[in-house]
Design a binder for this molecule. Structure first.
Ligand SMILES: C[S@@+](CC[C@H](N)C(=O)[O-])C[C@H]1O[C@@H](n2cnc3c(N)ncnc32)[C@H](O)[C@@H]1O
Length: 239
């Protein structure tokens, strides 16, 4: 099975061209991930479409909704969703093995408050997320794109940050984390320059705290620490 987002073929209208923040890997998908993908994506997945999502309809209840961009293998998503059953979590990821891995956790832990879109988050936010609708956004350890010529592929940059800010409800938050020093500085600069956002702290957020959830330590966090990097969290609030 290809690693391409399964629902990409359903995109209506002319494609919007933008720089991809990911490289589509033909990463290994385990049997368990594939089984979970085939079994649960029809129920827990939301197909990409150019229509705005109604959170109450897709989650079957009226509750605050937090969006996670690039959830990887979903360990943070599952841990936070289990700790906050009163909150809806909408996870977006392009990597099929990651989608399968999170679906497996959802099945094993019986998590009812997660929905998944297997698609490019930039396109999803642009087309499917209504203005002033999200209680929060999580972007944890986005791909660092270290080489100078690749840095234009970083997610936490304009115009995506402006688009995200516009989708957060006033009082809601954007929480980013990275272990790459220069990306952390870029995040601080870009988020501070966004007129709809205000830093909740002066500079980095202490520990891994945010207003409503604690970010657990994951593989990327531990790997950064193993490389001797400092992990930086940033929490900005929508004005
Ligand atoms: C370095 S990993 C971090 C994963 C996870 N957040 C964590 O902390 O373990 C970044 C993830 O973002 C995903 N990603 C990058 N750009 C994306 C995009 N535009 N839409 C959806 N997922 C994206 C990648 O496929 C990858 O799984």
């Amino acid at each position: 099975m290809s690693d391409k987002p399964a629902q990409a073929a359903s995109v209506a209208g002319p494609p919007h061209r933008h720089i991809r923040s990911y490289a589509l890997r033909r990463g290994h998908v385990t049997q368990g991930q594939r089984r979970a993908y085939e079994r649960w994506l029809p129920t827990v997945g939301i197909p990409y479409s150019a229509a705005t999502l109604r959170f109450d309809a897709v989650f079957g209840r009226d509750a605050p909704t937090v969006l996670e961009v690039g959830f990887g293998m979903g360990e943070t998503t599952a841990a936070i969703a289990a700790a906050r059953p009163d909150v809806n979590f909408l996870g977006i990821e392009v990597f099929m093995a990651g989608v399968g891995a999170l679906l497996k956790r959802i099945e094993e832990q019986q998590l009812a408050n997660i929905r998944i879109i297997h698609h490019d988050a930039v396109e999803v936010v642009r087309a499917m997320i209504a203005p002033d609708s999200l209680a929060g956004v999580h972007v944890f350890f986005p791909d660092p794109w270290q080489k100078k010529r690749h840095q234009k592929r970083r997610l936490i940059a304009q115009p995506f940050v402006g688009m995200l800010a516009s989708r957060i409800v006033p009082g809601g938050y954007l929480h980013c984390a990275t272990d790459w020093e220069d990306y952390a500085l870029q995040m601080l600069e870009v988020l501070a320059a966004e007129p709809r956002l205000r830093n909740l702290h002066s500079g980095w957020a202490p520990g891994s705290s945010n207003p409503v959830a604690t970010r657990p330590t994951t593989k990327f966090h531990a790997r950064g620490q193993g490389l001797g990097h400092s992990v930086r969290d940033l929490v900005f609030v929508r004005i």
